[in-house]
Design a protein around this ligand. Structure first.
Ligand SMILES: Cc1cc2nc3c(=O)[nH]c(=O)nc-3n(C[C@H](O)[C@H](O)[C@H](O)COP(=O)(O)OP(=O)(O)OC[C@H]3O[C@@H](n4cnc5c(N)ncnc54)[C@H](O)[C@@H]3O)c2cc1C
Length: 451
C-alpha cells in the first residue's frame, strides 16, 4: 500500500499524513508553515511494503502513540492479520498524552484528547482489549493477562511506555506528592489545585516547565525547583537557560536553579519542601517532574535484553525475534528518546515489521520545542558540542539567543531562544543534512565578520 507523505509539527512533534501539511496542528494549533517533511527512515519513506503475511496473530501491548501507530501500520502491511491492541484499563483508548499540559492549563477540553474515534478501530479491524498484560511466555508464544485470559501470538509488540521517576526523598510517598503522566494524573492536579493554591514543581525540564506554566495560567502560585544551575539543562546551554529563566520570572513564574531537595515535609500529607540549605517552602501540592524511566516490567517477564531501556535494533526487534518494541519503553542505538515523534516513528517501523514488512529506523535527531507565551525555544542535535571556534556561532541579542554548531560544513546542532527568524532554516538544514552553503542565512552567520 503506497504511503502518503508525513509532516512533523516543529512545535509539538505531532505527525500528520497527507499530500500537504494541515492548515493548523490539531495538537498545539501551530500554523501550516511550522510543519516540515518527516522521514522516519529511507525505506519507510519509499512506501510501506506489503508483508509476507506470515504473522497471522499480532498482539500489541500499550495504548499510547507507539502502540496505536504499530497497530495502524500492521494493518497497512497486512490485510489479513488478526490485530489485537491491549490498552490499560485505567487509560482507555489512545489519547494525546503530550496534550495533558494543555489540559492542565485549561487550553483544551478532555473531549479533544482521543487520538482516534472508536469507529477507526472497527474500520481497521483492530480489536481493542482493555486489560493489563501480566507476563509473556516466549516458549509458548503466549501473553498472559491479569484477568486470567491468555492470548497466543505470532508476533508481540511491546509499547508499554514509561513511568515517572520520583527520587526517594524522605516523604516522597506522602499524599499530595504528584506526577503528571496520565489523564488521571492531570485530573487529580486540576482537582487539587484551584486558583490561589500553591504548588512546588520539582524539575525545570521540559515537562516541569510546561506543567508549571499551565498551572500558573490557572492562577496557581508555582515555584519551580531545579537542581542544575540553569533551566532545561538537557536542552539548552547555560546562557539560553538563563534567558528563559528571566523570561519566566517576568511572567510571574518563580524558578530557583541550583537547589537540592532535602525532604518533602509531612507528616501525613505533603505540606512543602525542605531544601538542603534548611530553607522550607510551603505548598499544597508537590509536583515531581524529575524524568521518566522505561516501563520494563513486562519485558522482564520475557527475559528480554534490557539495558536502561528494552533494547531494540533498527527494525524494532528485541532479543527475541518474535517480539518487537517501540516508544518510550525502548533503547535504540543507546538512545532513550522519550519524545512523541520518536514513539510514532518506532511504532510505524515495529508495526510494519510485525506484519512481515521490512522497515528500519536510523538514529533520530533529538529536538525539543517549548513555547512560553511569546518566547519560542528550539533545541536540536548536538547543540552543546564545542568544536573549533570557527564552527560555533553564539549570540545574545536582547531577549533572543542563537547558538549554531557545524561540523564538516554541515549544521549538527542549535539552540534558538526568542524569535530569531531562523527556526525553519535550522530544522531544514538539520533534516536534509545539506552543506550550509545551501542555507545562505545560516552560512552567513558563520562568516568571521558576523561573529
Ligand atoms: C504531560 C506530558 C507532556 C509531554 N509533552 C511532550 C512534547 O511536547 N513533545 C514530545 O515530543 N513529547 C512529549 N511528551 C512525551 C510523549 O508524550 C511520549 O514520548 C509518548 O507519549 C510516548 O508514547 P508511548 O506510546 O511510547 O508510551 P505511552 O504514551 O506511555 O503509552 C504506553 C501505554 O502502555 C500502557 N501499559 C504499560 N504497561 C502495560 C501493561 N502491562 N498492560 C497494558 N497496558 C500497559 C500504559 O498504561 C500506557 O497507556 C510529553 C509527555 C507528557 C506526560
Amino acid at each position: 500500500m503506497k504511503k502518503r507523505p508525513l509532516w512533523k509539527c516543529d512545535v509539538c512533534g505531532y505527525i500528520h499524513e497527507g499530500e500537504t501539511p494541515p492548515d493548523s496542528c490539531p495538537v498545539c494549533g501551530a500554523s501550516a508553515d511550522m510543519f516540515s517533511a518527516f522521514h522516519p527512515s529511507a525505506s519507510v519513506d519509499d512506501g510501506v511494503k506489503p508483508g509476507t503475511e506470515d504473522a497471522r496473530r499480532i498482539v500489541i501491548v500499550g495504548g499510547g502513540i507507539a502502540g496505536l501507530t504499530g497497530a495502524e501500520y500492521a494493518r497497512r502491511t497486512s490485510n489479513t492479520a488478526q490485530i489485537t491492541l491491549i490498552v490499560h484499563p485505567d487509560e482507555g483508548l489512545p489519547y494525546y498524552r503530550l496534550n495533558l499540559t494543555r489540559l492542565v492549563a485549561g487550553e483544551m477540553v478532555e473531549a479533544n484528547l482521543p487520538l482516534k474515534d472508536p469507529e477507526f478501530y472497527t474500520a481497521q479491524r483492530i480489536e481493542v482489549r482493555a486489560a493489563t498484560a501480566a507476563s509473556v511466555d516466549n516458549e509458548a508464544k503466549q501473553l498472559h493477562l491479569a484477568d486470567g485470559n491468555v492470548l497466543a501470538y505470532d508476533r508481540l509488540v511491546l509499547a508499554t511506555g514509561a513511568v515517572p521517576f520520583v527520587p526517594p526523598w524522605p516523604g516522597s510517598n506522602l499524599p499530595g506528592v504528584c506526577a503528571l503522566r496520565t489523564r488521571a494524573d492531570a485530573q487529580a492536579l486540576i482537582a487539587k489545585l484551584p486558583a490561589g493554591r500553591r504548588c512546588i514543581c520539582i524539575g525545570g525540564g521540559l515537562l516541569g516547565l510546561e506543567a508549571a506554566f499551565g498551572l500558573a495560567r490557572r492562577g496557581v502560585y508555582v515555584t519551580v525547583l531545579e537542581a542544575a544551575p540553569t533551566l532545561l539543562a538537557r536542552q539548552l546551554v547555560a546562557p539560553a537557560g538563563k534567558l528563559l529563566e528571566q523570561h519566566l520570572g517576568g511572567l510571574g513564574l518563580q524558578c530557583r536553579c541550583g537547589v537540592a531537595v532535602q525532604h518533602i515535609d509531612g507528616p501525613t500529607t505533603a505540606t512543602g519542601v525542605t531544601l538542603a540549605t534548611g530553607e522550607t517552602l510551603k505548598a499544597d501540592v508537590v509536583l515531581v517532574a524529575a524524568g521518566i524511566r522505561p516501563d520494563l516490567r513486562l519485558a522482564k517477564t520475557a527475559e528480554l535484553h534490557c539495558n536502561k531501556g528494552l533494547v531494540v535494533d533498527d527494525r524494532g526487534v528485541t532479543s527475541d525475534t518474535d517480539i518487537l518494541a517501540a516508544g518510550d519503553c525502548t533503547e535504540h542505538r543507546g538512545n532513550l528518546y522519550g519524545l512523541w515523534s520518536a514513539a510514532y516513528a518506532q511504532g510505524l517501523v515495529a508495526g510494519c515489521n510485525a506484519a512481515g514488512g521490512n522497515e528500519s529506523l536510523q538514529t533520530l535527531t533529538p529536538s525539543s520545542r517549548l513555547k512560553v507565551v511569546d518566547l519560542s525555544v528550539l533545541s536540536i542535535g548536538e547543540f552543546a558540542a564545542t568544536p573549533s571556534p570557527q564552527d560555533v556561532v553564539e549570540r545574545a541579542l536582547g531577549p533572543s539567543y542563537i547558538r549554531l554548531v557545524r561540523r564538516d560544513g554541515r549544521l549538527v546542532g542549535a539552540n534558538l531562544v526568542g524569535d530569531t527568524g531562523l527556526d525553519l532554516a535550522v530544522t531544514s538544514a538539520m533534516d536534509t543534512a545539506q552543506p550550509l552553503t545551501n542555507f545562505a542565512d545560516l552560512s552567513a552567520l558563520f562568516a568571521p565578520t558576523q561573529i
